[in-house]
Design a binder for this molecule. Sequence first.
Ligand code: COA
Ligand code: ZN
Length: 345
Amino acid sequence: MGLSYAGRAPRVDGMAAERVPVYHTGQNAGRSSGGTGTVSLPASVSIVEVGPRDGLQNLTQTLPTGEKIRYIRLLAASGLKSIEVTSFVSPKAVPQLADAAETVAGLRDLPITPIALVPNLKGARNAVAAGVPTLNFVFSVSASHNRSNVNRTREESLADLAGIVALAGEVPGVRVRASLATAFGCPFEGQPPIAEVLRWVGAAARLGIAEVTLADTVGFANPESVRRILAACRERFPDLTYGVHFHDTRGMGIANALTAMQCGVTVLDAAAGGLGGCPFAPGASGNIATEDLVFLCGEMGVKTGVDLARLFEASRFLQGALPGVCLPSRVLQAGLPKARGPIVG
Ligand code: COA
Ligand code: ZN
C-alpha cells in the first residue's frame, strides 16, 4: 500500500500524475475544455433558490416566521435574485409553510423576485393577494404523484392552471411558470415515457406558459436521461424556456445539473444546504445544494452572481436555527479547497 495524500497521486500507466492543490475561482472562464473534446457551457445561469420552500416543507419541525424571513434575507444578501420563498398550499398538507402570507410580507423591501409555489387556483389567489409576482404552478407527469401531491387528476390540474393564467392576466406584473414533477421518474409509476412528458409540457405551453421546469422529484434522472428528455422537449417545443429541478437522492444531482447546462439550460433550481424533498413522494430527499452548484459554476467559469461566502452565512444561520438537522451540501461541509502547505522533508 502506498501513501496517498494531496499533492502526490498514485502512478498511472507508469506516469506520475501529479495533483496540484490549487483553488481557482473561475479564472479559467473559457467555456471549452480543449484537448480531446469541447464542453460547451452557458456564460451565466440563473439559480432559483428553493430552500425556503422545498427545503423547509419536509422538516419535522417548523421554522418560526421571523427566522424564515432572516434566512431569506441572508440568501438575498448572497446575490440570489430568484427565491422561492414559500408555497400557498393547504396548511393541513404542509403545516411548515402555513405562514406563507406573513413570510412574503416580511420581504417586501428585498431586491429579489419572490416566487411562490401554488397547487391550485385558491393558492394562486392567496399568493397574488399577498403580493407575490411569480407563481410556480406544480403538477406531475404521473397520475399517481399528482393524486398523492395535490389530490387531483392531471386534467383537473390543467383546468386549475388555465384559471391561474386567466387570473394572472388580470393582475399587472404577475407571471406564471410551471414545474412538472416526476418528469424523470415517479416513486409510484417509475420512469414516464417521453411522450407523456411531452404531452404535459405541451399542455402547459398551450395555456400560454413560457417557462417549464422539469423536476426529478425522487432522483431517477441520470445525465443521459436528462440529455434525452431535454432534447426531446426542445425539439418539440423550441420556444419554451426550460428550467431543471434535481433532487440528489442517488448522488446524480450535480452531474445532472452539469449535463443540463451543457444542453443549454440556464435556469436551475437548488436549495441552500441541500435540504428538500416532497412530503408526498416516498423516498424523497434533498435538492442539489446551492453551494455545490455555485461552486461547480465558479470552477467552470459560469457566472451565477452568487457570493459563496455569503451563502455559507445563510446556511450556517439555518443550521443554527435547526439544530439536529443535517445540511448535506458537500461544499458547505468541506469548505473551499485550500492548500495546507507542502510537507517538508
Ligand atoms: N391553500 C390553503 N388552503 C387550501 C388550498 C390552498 N392552496 N387549497 C385548498 N385549501 C383548503 C380548502 O379551502 C379546504 O379547506 P376546509 O377544509 O377548511 O374547507 C381544504 O383545503 C380542502 O380543499 P380541497 O380543494 O378539497 O383540497 P384537497 O383536500 O383536495 O387538497 C391541495 C388539495 C392541493 C390543497 C393539497 O393537496 C395541498 O395543499 N397539497 C400540497 C402539495 C405540496 O405542497 N407538495 C409539495 C411541493 S411539490
Ligand atoms: Zn423538489
